[in-house]
Design a protein around this ligand. Structure first.
Ligand code: NAP
Ligand code: HSE
Length: 429
């Protein structure tokens, strides 16, 4: 079979963009064998032409002028691997309107502006794909949209940020938060603004996208309850180890009784649970649905070449379906209400630092009892007139648990703000 040349434009030639080019060059034969097409990067938009590139772009490929890329008649598909909302969003709009399919790795753009972008793409009769925006190398969007299209997925549970998982794995092994973050940045895992990783904003965008695709109803960033790992301390990580658990930043999307709940937060994960063994920059997503029971996908969740693999897969899908009318743009077909945030149920971990004097334990447990919360496990450590209490609470409404913790924070014998995290386990407590 003779190859058909397909011209590719790249918006961005950084960690991911240069890796897309590398894969298209180094795996060109495999792609051609599989598809009959030879994908060639003909233009890549950058800011700084003097920057050294990890993989050479080739003569005349790099440009600082978007119009040069937009107006190049050789370009059939564009990969947006630039990041940010502006100017990336404007460029994607222009390209879609001009009839160019786009694949994007930009979770903030897809989560925040997806509904408008998908509408523009459909209007123009072209595809907007976004596999690389969620969990880098793991093909979870394609699995949800194609393989599980009739499976009625009602729960998505995942570790969806590589940087924070890398930091937490390092902290568990005794490393420091700051050193681990610096290493994650050097390895190309972190966002340009790594605050997006550690505050949970990156994971929240990915969970909004996953929930939208899984449930067929738009979940915006504002719908995601989000806490990152910035308030975590080494004491929480070691308490988890003592309780036979690991601390992970977990995204949980639930469709229950026709209402949607999506949250991202540090969770105490039972060591026997599949998510507990996901280490370093790996991600994992567990999908639960009617006919599938549970499917877990695990793999590299960050990194240039890892993310490029998903971008290339989307490029191949676009090229392979061009002209067939297969658009698969907006995943939304219904509008579901949000579950009241306090109504979400889970077992919880509660960390308290209290004065070591008579009646403190009774005060704490009576507060829990007043909120209908039952204690499953309690570990106490004493040190110089103070006590650290690590409690595992039986399943309860999040609203009741948070209210009890807020009240405890006002007790004179409670010395620091209580720390709460959901517990993820499949074993009875
Ligand atoms: P990066 O290394 O910072 O690369 C960004 C590229 O875009 C650079 O080539 C930069 O040009 C170019 N660029 C940025 N703003 C521009 C502007 N205003 N005009 C022209 N060019 C501009 O970032 P990255 O890590 O590759 O990430 C790119 C996207 O992929 C982001 O949306 C990110 O969230 C997503 N993503 C990244 C990973 C990962 O592990 N890195 C994983 C999944 C998804 P210069 O090179 O000249 O500065
Ligand atoms: N910064 C992101 C992460 C890159 O660490 O998961 C992949 O989206």
């Amino acid at each position: 079979m003779s190859a058909v040349d397909v011209g590719i434009g790249l918006l961005g030639y950084g960690t991911v963009g240069s890796s897309v080019h590398r894969l298209l060059v180094e795996s060109g034969d495999e792609i051609e064998r599989a598809t009959g097409h030879r994908l060639r990067v003909v233009k890549a938009l950058i800011r700084d032409k003097r920057k050294e590139r990890p993989f050479p772009a080739g003569d005349g490929v790099l440009t600082g002028d978007f119009a040069e890329l937009r107006d190049d008649p050789r370009i059939t598909v564009v990969a947006e691997v630039m990041g940010g909302l502006d100017p990336a969003g404007g460029y994607v709009r222009e390209l879609l309107r001009a009839g160019k399919p786009v694949v994007s790795a930009n979770k903030q753009l897809v989560a925040r502006e997806g509904s408008e972008l998908f509408a523009i793409a459909s209007e123009a009769g072209v595809q907007l794909r976004f596999e690389a925006s969620v969990c880098a190398a793991i093909p979870v969007v394609k699995v949800l949209r194609e393989s599980l299209v009739v499976s009625n997925v009602h729960r998505v549970l995942g570790i969806v940020n590589g940087t924070t998982n890398f930091i937490l794995s390092r902290m568990e092994a005794g490393g420091s938060y700051a050193d681990a973050l610096a290493e994650a940045q050097a390895l190309g895992y972190a966002e340009v603004y790594p605050n997006d990783d550690v505050t949970g904003a990156d994971a929240a965008a990915k969970m909004a996208i996953l929930a939208t695709v899984a449930f067929g109803s738009r979940v915006g960033l504002g719908d995601v309850e989000c806490r990152g790992i910035t308030e975590l301390e080494p004491a929480h990580v070691s308490a988890a180890a003592e309780l036979g658990m690991a601390v992970k930043l977990v995204g949980i999307a639930t469709l229950a009784d026709g209402a949607v709940d999506v949250r991202v937060q540090p969770a105490f994960v039972d060591r026997a649970h599949a998510l507990a063994t996901v280490d370093g920059a790996f991600n994992a997503v567990m999908l639960q649905g009617d006919s599938i029971r549970e499917i877990t996908l695990e793999g590299p969740g960050a990194g240039g070449i890892e993310t490029a693999s998903a971008v290339v897969a989307d490029l191949v899908s676009v090229v392979g379906t061009a002209g067939t009318g297969f658009l698969q743009n907006d995943a939304c077909w219904r509008e579901l209400p949000r579950l009241d945030r306090g109504a979400w149920r889970s077992p919880f971990y509660l960390h308290l630092e209290v004065a070591d004097r008579p009646g403190v334990l009774a005060h704490v447990t009576s507060r829990l009892a007043a909120n209908e919360i039952s204690v499953a496990q309690l570990v106490q450590h004493l040190r110089e007139g103070e006590a650290t209490l690590d409690l595992i609470l039986h399943e309860a409404h999040a609203g009741d648990v948070h209210e009890a913790a807020a009240q405890m924070a006002t007790f004179p014998e409670v010395l620091r703000r209580p720390f709460l995290a959901p517990v993820i386990t499949e074993r009875p407590l």
